[in-house]
Design a protein around this ligand. Structure first.
Ligand code: SF4
Ligand code: URA
Length: 264
């Protein structure tokens, strides 16, 4: 692996909030030997202890073997990324899926929405955000734009998730799953080169910004993902709960900011 590729890979893990990287099953050898050996290693094998302190006890120890697919080629396209994903079994989420949910919308869009992962309806239809939360998202996009006089429909934006396969019982994707599948998300955004990204909920925010801050702290302000302006707002599933009506108002405010920034 060239130093440039190595740096890209390390930055990729840093983006995911992974602080320490170790070689897989490294025997106790001298530091210089590890460095020399690491240079010859296949670029696809690393072991990443992911924020151990945050994980529930039953998930420890967590030496996760992460098989990182190849780096994004120049002139990457959504078709190429979809081809590379193939009939993916790179993480354990493949076991429970009916079908992979890649993404939907306009590949030439200026605005990308990123959710967490497919739910039951999405897993059945192969399209992101088609269930109840999806209908709310559609309504938020189209309702806000109509009200603001910005002619944007759901079909004009691009919508995808951090993980492409439905987690069992709709649980939150685990760090290793986010690390592996997040790589495809990064390629999707890089291929589209939108004017802005809107991260829906804490999983998307964590995948794209790293760090530990939750949505309440991150929302409503501009951040960046690799120089692309990024807004964090509440996940529509959260807004469906009846006691979160203040959040709903805030989410509409966030969306208004995004739409004006992108389309004015
Ligand atoms: Fe592959 Fe992503 Fe599905 Fe895991 S969630 S099996 S990495 S497509
Ligand atoms: N929730 C998500 O995060 N993504 C979907 O596609 C549907 C529901």
């Amino acid at each position: 692996m060239s130093p440039h590729e190595l740096r890209q890979r390390l930055e990729y893990f840093r983006d995911l909030g992974v602080k320490d990287l170790y070689r897989r099953s490294a025997p106790p050898v001298s530091r210089s030997a590890v460095v020399a050996d690491a240079a010859e290693q296949s670029p696809i094998a690393v072991t990443a202890p992911v924020a151990v302190a945050e994980l529930p006890a039953e998930m420890k120890p967590i030496n996760i073997d992460i098989a990182i697919p190849g780096m994004a080629p120049e002139d990457d396209t959504l078709e190429r990324i979809r081809e590379d994903i193939g009939d993916c079994t790179r993480c354990k989420l493949h076991k429970g899926r009916n079908q992979l949910v890649f993404g939907v919308g306009n590949p030439a869009t200026k605005l990308v929405f990123v959710g967490e992962g497919p739910g039951a309806d999405e897993d059945e239809q192969g399209i992101p955000f088609v269930g109840r939360a999806g209908q709310l998202l559609t309504q938020m996009i189209e309702g806000t734009s109509a009200k603001e006089g910005i002619p944007v429909k759901r079909a004009d934006v691009y919508i995808c998730n951090v993980v492409k396969c439905r987690p069992p019982e709709n649980r939150t994707p685990e760090p290793d799953e986010m690390a592996i599948c997040g790589q495809f998300l990064f390629r999707q955004i890089s291929a589209i080169k939108p004017k802005a990204v809107c991260a829906l909920g804490s999983t998307a925010a964590k995948a794209l910004l790293g760090g530990k801050d939750g949505v309440t702290k991150l929302r409503g302000k501009w951040h960046t993902w690799r120089d692309i302006p990024l807004m964090v707002t509440y996940h529509p599933s959260y807004l469906l709960r009846p006691y979160n009506q203040d959040a709903k108002r805030e989410a509409w405010e966030d969306l208004k900011k995004v739409l004006h920034f992108v389309y004015d």
